[in-house]
Design a protein around this ligand. Structure first.
Ligand code: NAD
Length: 483
């Protein structure tokens, strides 16, 4: 089997070792062998990026826009093939995988447009005859470090703005999903960027990732992943030798979906099923806490259990599958451990929670979606991120208590409310402490052209995506001009 290589300084470069990419829907299926870089190769990629960045920044805005637009067009044209690869390596059901690939294409096209619209300001000075110009410049070399759960969309929403604003990129995808990253790199390798502007180094966080934080030639680190790793990234960026790096962290969630007495039951159940279980619950925006008021609680639980019985668990690429496998053995064990913790804490497992060693004769990391009832917000299953198809129903006396419970968490990424009342919709929209608020919509599933990010322990630094991405990927210059 040929080994898919790293991409450094415009060349395909073999790794120091390699690793198998295994299909979680059928562990007998090895998708391919992918190179693993080491710290020295990460340093080579940083050097190449540093050398290339001024050349790329000197491209005209139109050239940069055209390059990003070509990338977006090719992703869109190859949507079916890329979605199949993504579903095969990550286990996301094919329709969700297709949606993610489409979003990646939209993001590249959006930032192709943004490359032409870099904003600035011209102000009069307080000093006579002087004017003040405020402009944005690229920051330089950006390290992009991504998790496994959105193998193409998260890399896209970091790489596209980094390049749009004239930066060079060193990209390290998560170890579990090198396939989508490699495919995206292959597309970028033909987009007409100067050699070294974009580099791929696949490998482990503790060597390749660390090397991408501690190198003073890196001006900024954009990271999405777990809270623990995020803290490590922050620490490395401020304690390294030389200038500190700016950093942007998108981390975990424990997102509440509040269902009020006056909610449309069908809407609420659809929001909860989609938000908690689609993509096998492996979304940072997943609704893992379902906070339901007294008057609708029993009807909601009954309808949820009925709906959960109908969700087909199986091979991510099989037609009809709604819930694909968990991504790997370690994540499956984590999910099962939390299901045990929930039972021990006194919550009732209303349905699901069993691991299925095989489905249709295929060995994989399958788990029936689990719903707990009778949970309290103090339980670990309601405070810690599980990152699997596991949700807990918390009963609330009324809307005020539901709001207080929703906000009683260390996290603040996304939050939702289901209600038919304009008054309560406005009240929750205003008072939910989260970066993103959804009214009668699932907590997960966002648009590609507007800001994404959270509060509290979920995020640190400027928002990603939309026009707000410029805050991280550019640095502001204030120039005073006297005639
Ligand atoms: P992770 O933290 O284990 O890994 C994320 C990335 O960091 C990987 O590429 C990994 O190799 C790298 N890494 C690990 N140690 C490193 C180190 N010492 N130095 C540099 N890089 C290092 O996270 P994961 O398991 O891949 O992803 C799941 C987590 O991601 C969940 O907590 C989830 O909530 C979070 N997530 C957050 C968002 C968001 O936008 N808030 C989106 C998706 C996923």
């Amino acid at each position: 089997m040929n080994i898919k290589a790293n991409y450094i300084a415009g060349e395909w470069v073999g790794g120091k070792s390699s690793a198998e990419n295994v299909n979680p829907s059928d562990t007998r299926d090895v998708i391919g062998l992918y190179a693993r870089a080491d710290a020295a190769q990460a340093a080579d990629a940083i050097a190449a990026a540093q050398a290339a960045q001024p050349k790329w920044a000197a491209f005209t805005l139109q050239q940069r826009a055209d390059a990003l637009d070509r990338v977006g067009s090719e992703i869109a044209a190859r949507q079916a093939e890329l979605a199949d690869l993504l579903a095969r390596e990550e286990g996301k059901a094919l329709p969700d995988a297709a949606g993610e690939v489409q979003r990646a294409a939209q993001i590249f096209k959006f930032f192709a447009g943004e490359a032409l619209r870099v904003p600035g300001e011209l102000l009069a000075s307080t000093r006579p005859g002087m004017s003040v110009e405020i402009t944005r410049e690229p920051i330089g070399v950006v390290s992009v470090i991504t998790p496994w759960n959105f193998p193409i969309a998260i890399p896209a929403w970091k790489i596209a703005p980094a390049l749009a604003y004239g930066n060079a990129v060193v990209f390290k995808p998560a170890e579990l999903v090198p396939g989508s990253a490699w495919a995206l790199t292959e597309i970028l390798s033909r987009a007409g960027l100067p050699a070294g502007t974009f580099n791929l180094v696949m490998g482990r966080g503790r060597d390749v990732g660390e090397a991408m934080l501690g190198d003073a030639r890196v001006a900024g680190v954009t990271f999405t992943g777990s809270e623990g790793t995020g803290r490590r990234v922050a620490q490395a960026c401020v304690t390294r030798r030389g200038p500190m790096a700016r950093f942007q962290l998108e981390m975990g969630g424990k997102n509440p979906l509040v269902v009020l007495d006056d909610a449309d039951l069908e809407v609420a159940v659809n929001c909860a099923i989609n938000g908690a279980y689609f993509s096998t619950g492996q979304r940072c925006t997943a609704s893992s806490r379902l906070i339901v008021t007294e008057g609708i609680h029993d009807r909601f639980v009954e309808a949820m259990v009925a709906k959960l019985k109908t969700l087909a668990v199986g091979d991510a690429r099989r037609a009809g599958t709604v819930i694909g496998p968990v991504v790997d053995a370690a994540q499956l064990q984590q999910d099962l451990d939390y299901i045990d913790i929930g039972r021990t804490e006194g919550a009732t497992l209303a349905i699901g929670g069993e691991a299925l060693p095989e489905v249709d004769g295929q060995p994989g990391f399958y788990l029936r979606p689990a719903l707990f009832t009778g949970a309290t917000n103090a339980m670990r299953i309601c405070r810690e991120e599980i990152f699997g198809p596991v949700a807990a129903v918390i009963r609330a006396a009324d809307a005020d208590e539901a709001l207080a419970l929703a906000n009683d968490t260390d996290y603040g990424l996304s939050a939702g409310v289901c209600t038919t009342s304009l008054k309560w919709a406005a009240h929750f929209k205003r008072h939910l402490q989260a970066g993103m608020v959804m009214v009668n919509a699932p907590t997960a599933g966002v648009d590609p052209h507007v800001p994404f990010g959270g509060r509290k322990a979920s995020s640190f630094g400027p928002r990603e995506q939309g026009r707000h991405a410029a805050e991280f990927y550019t640095t502001v210059k204030t120039a005073y001009v006297s005639p």
